[in-house]
Design a protein around this ligand. Structure first.
Ligand SMILES: NC(=O)C1=CN([C@@H]2O[C@H](COP(=O)(O)OP(=O)(O)OC[C@H]3O[C@@H](n4cnc5c(N)ncnc54)[C@H](OP(=O)(O)O)[C@@H]3O)[C@@H](O)[C@H]2O)C=CC1
Ligand SMILES: O=C(O)C1=N[C@H](C(=O)O)C[C@H](O)C1
Length: 240
């Protein structure tokens, strides 16, 4: 399969390694400094684009793929306020779009565990929940896309919470789910959900050892997207 890498940083390079090991070819590598020189024909030569760039440029990259008939798999976080705009343009251009806030299989199982736990804990108001995520110091967005997906999983299943909020100094209302974001060294990604009462606490935790799991998932999704149109996510890929 011919792959275009839109974003060739930490993730782009981890994805390239796995894609080459699996026998795929990289036909285009796009970084900030060569984007202006990249031509439509170079992108159109790819079967699939894999997009891991930055919040400010991801949507422009999706549009470029839709306009050139190339299905795109993206893991870039921090742009979700433009979700509806992306969906409308994808439909208008009959594009193919696969998005996941986290491509690791383990995190996607963790998402389901989180929803199940929230459903149970919603019946026990003595327990208050909070989310904590820890990532490397280079990360641009806060909280992580994964933490937002986890928060949404709790809001959808726990009647005690109406919205989430990034933890800061101000007091939080009872029905607000606190999300704390920490930036430390080169941590690939840790997410912890804690339910705490006056007498004990219940915690579930996912910790990535490296970027390999994210990259494996992205290449797996690219193989799935070859020749496809429409909008897909990890539950489609993993059939869960
Ligand atoms: N969903 C998931 O599983 C995961 C998601 N992520 C997300 O992926 C994104 C990228 O992460 P990471 O690889 O660590 O980031 P990096 O900063 O290491 O890489 C970003 C890359 O994007 C490039 N870039 C900047 N502007 C453009 C543009 N207009 N078009 C194409 N490429 C561009 C940068 O180029 P240059 O170097 O020239 O500036 C760089 O190569 C982040 O949003 C992160 O949160 C990360 C890990 C897993
Ligand atoms: O920026 C990262 O590194 C990561 N970003 C994703 C996110 O925001 O959730 C996924 C993973 O946690 C690593």
């Amino acid at each position: 399969m011919k792959i275009a890498l839109l974003g060739y940083g930490r993730m782009g390079k981890a994805i390239e390694k796995i894609a080459l090991e699996k026998g795929h070819t990289i036909v285009l590598r796009v970084e900030e400094n060569n984007r202006a020189q990249c031509r439509d024909e170079q992108l159109a030569a790819a079967d699939v684009a894999i997009e891991f760039s930055a919040p400010a440029v991801a949507v422009g990259n999706y549009r470029w793929c839709f306009e050139n008939g190339v299905p795109v798999v993206s893991g870039t976080t921090g742009w979700l306020e433009k979700w509806e705009e992306v969906m409308a343009y994808c439909q208008e251009k009959q594009g193919g779009f696969f998005y996941a806030s986290n491509f690791s299989v383990g995190v996607n199982l963790f998402f389901h565990l989180n929803q199940y736990l929230a459903k149970i804990m919603g019946k026990f108001s003595d327990y208050k929940v909070y989310i904590e995520e820890t990532h490397h110091i280079h990360k641009l967005d806060k909280p992580s896309g994964t933490a937002i997906t986890l928060a949404q999983g709790i809001l959808d299943n726990h009647p005690g919470y109406k919205r989430w909020q990034l933890v800061h100094e101000a007091e939080m209302a009872e029905d607000v789910l606190p999300v704390k974001a920490k930036r430390e060294g080169e941590v690939p990604g840790i997410h912890v959900i804690t339910y705490k009462s006056g007498v004990d606490e219940i915690e579930i935790r996912h910790s990535a050892f490296s970027r390999e799991g994210f990259a494996q998932g992205a290449v797996f999704a690219a193989e799935f997207m070859k020749g496809k149109r429409g909008v897909f996510g990890m539950d489609d890929l993993l059939s869960i």
